[in-house]
Write a protein that binds this ligand. Structure first.
Ligand code: NAD
Ligand code: ZN
Length: 244
């Protein structure tokens, strides 16, 4: 049996599927990931900072100009649209088979595709809050603020994206829900993530279910634990399955 047929069979047999993904899920929507050869880490920054340092809490505090310059240029894609991976997962949830999408992504493409239960470990670029008066700005309103460093229209304080920067703790409630969902899954599909960012990567220790599938363009350490490893583009892989 070829690998697509094996994946189809596993999905057909399972009733409590959970998907755990990362930046690779959105590359087919033209949002670059961090670690592919054409990802953000490979872009010639022409500066003395690595991309990891640029999206750190220290950078936000000490060099807000550089932080927001990088953030807006490389992490925000307001025109991006869901690809076949997002739409397949939304359909699988609608069919009652998928119970949660756990993602490290800050884009909102899963929600845009129609997914309801999306656990966003690193927050959302769609939510931004004034550090002074807590006024909320959605992505469009955030981008409309003048200047590189966004200041609140009401009180003039800095507006901070509700995303987890390096050095910042995760939202423990979201993490707990993700751990629980993964623990209950009868099939966990990991896709489009290098699984090197902690503590998100530590979630796989909660796997208790029967089956693990990895769909990734490149190999990852968790391949050795998987029942099925498909090396390929995740949107293309899901497109070959029958509609849920
Ligand atoms: P990563 O860049 O470390 O790894 C991406 C992985 O996906 C790589 O292993 C790559 O080979 C694979 N990949 C790329 N395109 C793929 C495709 N079409 N199909 C299957 N696999 C594909 O990403 P990560 O593990 O998510 O960690 C990076 C961190 O950066 C995360 O914390 C995330 O918050 C953040 N980030 C988010 C976005 C986004 O919101 N879309 C984009 C870039 C980075
Ligand atoms: Zn304010």
């Amino acid at each position: 049996m070829d690998k697509i047929a094996q994946l189809q069979q596993l999905i057909d047999q399972s009733r409590h599927i959970v998907f755990f993904g990362g930046a690779g899920v959105s590359t087919e929507s033209n949002i670059p990931d961090f670690r592919s050869s054409d990802g953000i880490y490979s872009v010639e920054l022409g500066r003395h900072f690595t991309a990891e340092q640029l999206v750190s809490h220290t950078m936000f505090e000490r060099y807000p100009q550089e932080f927001f310059d990088f953030y807006k240029q490389y992490l925000l894609y307001p025109d991006a649209r869901p690809n076949a991976a997002h739409t397949y997962l939304a359909a699988l949830e609608k069919a009652g088979k998928l119970k949660a999408v756990v993602t490290q992504n800050i884009d909102s493409l899963h929600e845009m595709a129609g997914s309801q239960k999306v656990l966003k470990l690193h927050g959302s670029a769609d939510r931004n809050f004034c550090l002074g008066c807590q006024r909320f700005y959605d992505l469009q309103a955030f981008l409309a603020l003048p200047g590189t460093v966004p200041h609140c229209l009401d009180c003039g304080s800095i507006v901070k994206p509700d995303v987890t920067l390096y050095e910042e703790p995760l939202d423990m409630e979201v993490f707990r829900q993700a751990a629980q969902a993964i623990h209950k899954a009868d099939l966990l599909i990991i896709g489009g993530t290098s699984l090197v960012v902690y503590p998100a990567a530590s979630l796989i220790q909660y796997i208790a279910g029967r089956h693990l599938v990895v769909i990734n363009k490149t190999s990852i350490p968790q391949d050795s634990q998987a029942d099925l490893v498909i090396e390929g583009r995740i949107g293309e892989v899901f497109s070959q399955l029958s509609a849920p």
